[in-house]
Design a protein around this ligand. Structure first.
Ligand code: SAH
Length: 350
């Protein structure tokens, strides 16, 4: 194996993630795609703020204040029609904290000032969030969220970073997709056979080489939150790029410097994501008793919430931002809401 040269600024005495993964695979054999993705993203997010022009990618709240403001107004309207109960605001994977900071302004204007809870694993991003939201409470995962209040939960581009499992069609059935390592190159291979009867029959006709994805981590988080909403009340808003599965397709992608890259290269140095299966997430929440709205396109949702009026009020400087949010990100990005059955139907889906 070639020695990998640590990048400038890498902590001394600690082997690079690529080197550690290569050693683990050499010693223990190929690892599932999900394990590779989880290790890569944990390192990636723990060691940097990847958002914005100088980073690797830009998200809707970073494009324009209108995004967080409209979601704050959405939440305030829902809270108002629910009878103004005491509730907690929760954001999953808040990045720089911009969405919640913009939402807080809009909610305060409507007389709604919920306590702020942020679910975030990255110490680097927690520091950035603390500057924007000094009064927030942080959580490592959803298990420690308040258990005595209705929750309004928002997740923008959160589910796409969670590790997926990939299955690849072989000549004789489905196989787990694994990551092997040759010299210092990582590459996907077909691993052990999946027992018959586990994969949806609709996918039986898939051609050899086809890939199907599942998101055990996403489903577990969704089921956990839906169970909280079912007992405590409240609602959840999921915004992400995705599809309604089950469907065939390899959506694992790496983004670095605002361009696509090989997802099996440079683990921990680029953002690994997969498209989100809204149908499966919705079913997981419905199984816990929640009621679903959508998914609808982000363009439809923001237009229904009044982005045109907000953009007109802010003036010509936001014309381009409005177009990016509503048109360029208008259909691949989808919005889905889940709510307690006694809560009112949220705005934006009719
Ligand atoms: N929602 C933000 C940031 C999206 S990037 C925005 O739209 O701008 C993904 C975010 O999820 C980052 O804040 C990242 O640190 C966080 N994250 C990644 N994996 C996580 C996990 N397992 N639990 C909680 N947060 C996670």
């Amino acid at each position: 194996m070639h020695a990998l040269v640590p990048p400038p600024g890498a902590p001394k005495g600690q082997p690079l993630l690529a080197e550690r993964l290569a050693r683990a695979i050499t010693l223990g054999g190929p690892i599932p795609v999900g394990q590779f993705m989880a290790a890569a993203n944990a390192h990636y997010y723990a060691t940097r703020d990847p958002l914005g022009v100088g980073g690797d990618f830009t998200t809707s709240p970073e494009i324009s204040q209108m995004f967080g403001e409209l979601i704050g107004a959405w939440a305030a309207d829902l809270w108002d029609r629910a009878g103004r109960p005491e509730v907690a605001w929760v954001e999953l994977g808040p990045g720089r904290g911009t969405l919640t900071a913009d939402a807080v302004r809009a909610m305060r204007a409507a007389g709604f000032t919920p306590p702020i809870h942020l679910v975030e694993t990255s110490p680097a991003l927690r520091r950035v969030q603390a500057a924007a939201l000094p009064d927030a409470t942080w959580h490592d995962d959803v298990a420690t969220l308040p258990n005595d209040l209705p929750l309004i939960v928002v997740a923008n581009e959160f589910f796409d970073v969670l590790p997926i499992r990939q299955l690849v069609r072989g000549p004789d059935g489905w196989r787990e997709r694994l990551v092997a390592c040759q010299d210092t190159m990582f590459l996907p291979i077909a691993g052990g056979a999946i027992p018959p009867g586990i994969m949806p029959a609709a996918l039986d006709a898939a051609a050899p080489g086809s890939v199907v994805e599942t998101s055990p981590a996403g489903v577990a988080i969704m089921a956990g939150l839906a169970a909280l909403i079912e007992t405590q009340g409240g609602a959840m808003l999921v915004i992400d790029y995705g599809y309604e599965g089950p469907a065939v397709g390899d959506t694992l992608q790496a983004i670095r410097g605002h361009a696509y890259a090989n997802p099996f290269e440079a683990p921990g140095e680029q953002d690994l994501t997969a498209h989100v299966d809204f149908a499966t997430l919705g079913l997981a929440a419905e199984a816990s008793g929640c009621v679903r709205s959508g998914p609808v396109g982000q363009g439809t949702f923001l237009t229904a919430l009044g982005i045109d009026a907000r953009a007109a009020a802010l003036g010509a400087r936001v014309t381009v931002d409005r177009r990016r949010l509503v048109e360029e990100m208008g259909t691949l990005f989808r919005v889905m809401a889940l709510r307690h059955r006694d809560w009112p139907e949220p705005a934006g889906f009719a």
